[in-house]
Design a protein around this ligand. Structure first.
Ligand code: GDP
Ligand code: GDP
Length: 454
């Protein structure tokens, strides 16, 4: 129809076929300082990954939506692994293992100027064992001279080393083409497509009770064993029946299996969390209600919202709360989680089982909102009333008018509003608020973008 054509022409429509899942995952791995983040920026065509001259930075953002030659994929940057002087070898390998496990294909970056190190050899072993497709890139080949050095990397036994300069862009196109050749169309690690059990991520900072809750939900007390990285291949997801329906809890291996990294543990946790959220349709963020709400809790919540997934908040360890703590908790929630006041909430105890059954209605409400589509006619008549009752303030003698709006996608709901002039952020938030009041969207983030029409 006409709205749709207009939006498509405007590039406003998200590609719904990629909503919520399915795009293949590429992990960039390699030792610190070989140029992984620089390569990420090169692929993205913009500066998002932090490039540091000093190895050892930790970052939160690790997964990016990338596109090359018209194909979409998720790029996981492991450039932020935290390492220290001792035992780098072991940790790079451990961390690489996680990244490999979570990927459909791997870009393995080696510094051509340094050549293959013992650490690189250790990573090669992991790559072989994983049987995942690998594209070996020899980075820092800034000129023809260095190309010979790149050729020595044939010795790694991973096939052709692609000489590139992530910094200058030399050769990166060919290497990325080679990557697309081996990258599956659909992700085996993150894609379940639509249909099938709905996918839930259980996330939260360490010790909030994720594995306890998982055990409670699965109805059995499984022992969580500490595995040495690389010894076991756990199933990544678990199917659990709750409230008469089957749910797919994604990446439960990440909850059940604990890899202890002395440093870099935060980053590891952050990567796991990000990966689980990407795979899921809805996330339950577990928060330790006995403890003050921490920055890390807020960050996990934000990760869910940024990823556009539905959200349920579960305050755990309720059995440990006294009157006073309950009082303070409510204040903390208002202060720190006010931006997600729309999320369904359950106060639970993973240990006693208190109110654990309230999670399912929360999940259902959140997913319904996430899937919800408001017909264009209803949306516009509603916005018409809202705007008539509360017009945009006049600025510089002009008053931008709302021309019309449409919902460009679901999962999560995204709205595009066409206006005759610049719409202030405050007014946009007002419209968002009214949309929520009118149409619900409990448990789902919504997006509202504005296009200015002359
Ligand atoms: P990471 O730790 O693997 O993510 O590495 P970074 O991307 O942070 O890069 C480490 C350093 O190598 C930075 O100073 C980069 O500017 C530099 N670097 C990255 N790629 C290239 C390249 O192709 N050529 C040269 N000469 N330097 C590079
Ligand atoms: P995870 O790191 O998020 O998987 O957290 P765990 O499930 O390992 O729990 C961390 C600690 O909190 C363990 O000692 C649990 O027994 C305890 N715990 C988890 N949930 C509850 C709860 O609801 N009540 C109480 N009292 N303790 C809990």
């Amino acid at each position: 129809d006409a709205d749709r054509a207009l939006l498509e022409a405007d590039g406003a429509l998200g590609d719904e076929s990629t909503d919520g899942a399915a795009r293949p995952v590429v992990a960039i791995i390699g030792r610190p300082n070989v140029g992984k983040s620089t390569l990420v920026n090169r692929v993205l065509g913009r500066r998002e990954a932090v490039v540091e001259d000093v190895p050892g930075v930790t970052r939160d953002r690790v997964a990016y939506d990338a596109e090359w030659s018209g194909r979409d994929f998720t790029l996981v940057d492991t450039g932020g692994w935290e390492v220290d002087a001792s035992g780098i070898h072991l940790r790079v390998a451990e961390q690489a293992e996680v990244a490999i496990e979570l990927a459909d294909a791997v870009l393995f970056v080696v510094d051509a100027k340094v050549g293959a190190t013992d650490t690189d050899e250790a990573v090669v072993k992991l790559l072989r064992r994983s049987k995942k497709p690998v594209v070996l890139v020899a980075n820092k080949v800034d000129d023809q001279k260095t190309e010979l050095e790149a050729a020595t990397l044939w010795s790694l036994g991973l096939g052709q080393p692609w000489p590139i300069s992530a910094l200058h862009g030399r050769g990166t196109g060919d290497a990325l083409d080679a990557l697309l050749d081996v990258l599956p169309e659909k992700s085996a690690v993150s894609a379940y497509g639509r249909g099938g059990p709905r996918r839930v991520a259980l996330v939260g900072r360490p010790n909030v009770g994720k594995s306890s809750l998982l055990n409670k939900l699965a109805g059995e007390d499984r022992v969580v064993v500490d595995n040495v990285a690389g010894t076991t291949r756990d199933p990544v997801d678990e199917l659990i029946e709750l409230g008469g329906k089957t749910w797919r809890f994604v990446d439960t291996a990440g909850i059940r299996r604990r890899v202890h990294l002395t440093r870099g543990a935060d980053f590891y946790a952050s990567l796991r969390t990000q990966a689980a959220i990407e795979k899921a349709e809805v996330a339950v963020v577990l928060i330790d209600a006995e403890d003050s709400i921490a920055e890390q809790d807020v960050r996990v919540v934000q990760q869910v919202v940024d990823a556009g997934r539905a959200l349920v908040l579960a305050f755990n360890k309720w059995d440990l709360l006294d009157e006073e703590r309950r009082h303070y908790l409510e204040r903390e929630i208002e202060r720190d989680l006010g931006q997600v006041a729309w999320a369904p909430r359950a106060n639970i105890s993973a240990v006693t089982g208190r109110h654990v059954d309230r999670l399912v209605p929360g999940l259902e409400v959140a997913l319904d909102s996430w899937d919800q589509r408001v017909p264009t006619g209803r949306l516009n008549s509603f916005l018409g009333e809202v705007v008539a009752g509360h017009p945009h303030p006049v600025r510089g003698g002009k008053q931008p008018r709302i021309l019309f709006a449409t919902q460009a996608s679901t999962r999560p709901p995204r709205f595009v509003v066409f206006a005759s002039g610049f719409i202030e952020a405050g007014y946009r938030r007002f419209l968002e608020r009214r949309l929520r009041e009118q149409f619900g969207f409990e448990g789902s983030p919504i997006e509202l973008s504005v296009r200015v029409r002359e």
